[in-house]
Write a new protein. Sequence first.
Length: 455
Amino acid sequence: MQARLATWATRSFLIGVLILFLIPQFSNTFLSFQIGESAWNFALLGFGDETHYFVILNSLLKDGDLDLKNNYYNARKGGSDAGNIWAGQKLQHHVLWYPDGRYLEWHEVFLQDVWPDDSLEPTKQQVLEFDPSKLPEYSIHPPGMPLVLALILMPFSLSDSLYLEPVVVMASAVSMFIAFLLFFKMLDRWSGQKIGAGGITLVVFFGTPLLVYSRMFFTESHLVLFAVGSYAIYLSPSAYPWRNSVLSGGMIALGIFMKPPFALLLIPLVVDAWMRHSKHHAFALVVLPVCAVAGILGLNHMMFGSPFRPSQPFLIGNPLAGIQGFWISETAGLLLYAPAVVIALMAWPTFWATQRRMAWLFLGGFLPYFLLMSTWLEWRGGYSYGPRLILPVLPFLFVSLVSLPQCRWIQPRWVQGLVGLVGLASVALNIYAVFKPPDNLLLHPLLSLLSQTGS
């Protein structure tokens, strides 16, 4: 009877979580619209890179290719290829060429400020001899995520449907919910305390920007699933560990295909498999990621004439600025967008002392990825909310919370109350963010609230 009650409580909890992820998908307080006579409001894309990922997806579903020129033209004519917001608008093309091996983006070729109302594109810069008029336009964004989604959505004939836009946004919520489920199951296995595991997982997915990205069409929304999934599957008990290695490697491979730096998450798993199991398990982890790398090189060759010409070269910036920015900047600082991370950091010494193997694995997954993203010139992630580029490994930073009951500093009641308040503040902050009007994604939710109150 007790076991049945526990099972019922867990299922009810997870159903409730799924509903919470879906509510923003039908909210009229965010970007939304009604389809026909429907009484529902459906989610819309925003103003950042998600619009351009949607163009890639439309090109795949409608044309079966990655040449985006006609899709951007169609959006300019009033089509929905770039989403409803940009239909008929003057939208910058996020595309590139390699004339004579030189990396050249669209905004370097055209004068966007000189765009006649009756023209499909702006005036070309006269100083450039390069003429892209007869060349295909391939995206500066890796096509992996739209390609995977296109394979899933192709049987449903959504290419000319108004429902395609809300469906792809909802796909982010589904990925985030599955990541939530896997993270919860993983913590439950470690701690044996479902309530504690549930509370930690709620803070991780509702008290950080992960909640907001369940309502957006960014690659990171799905990379969270592959990061959490790969480690959760690898660590789950199994009579056939090699099978877990293959599945875990498959998750890593999907992540690499969407964003090549994701390969860094493979290193701790391969080292652990080599040391604890056998070379065969390490090999099983690597097979599918190698196939993903081969796929990326093949796409590069098809689009740009060389396997080593990427959609977006890695531009090295100031790593110290990136590291500092990811912690305290007003547009991407973890301490400002996820205050509960302070509690997770304070729990790490105890986690390190009590669960050394897990600490090595998750720190080995988080730290190299964090440092690489900090080194990138565009570590802010463009027009986006919070620390977007490190979101895939953000749950790794919070695994230390399983050791929270063993921390000496949390024993006083007043400290426990303060920890609870910080967790609630984190959740409240990001719940407001997922519903707030998207007037400026770069504006911190509290500043947005104050500006609205003042006006």
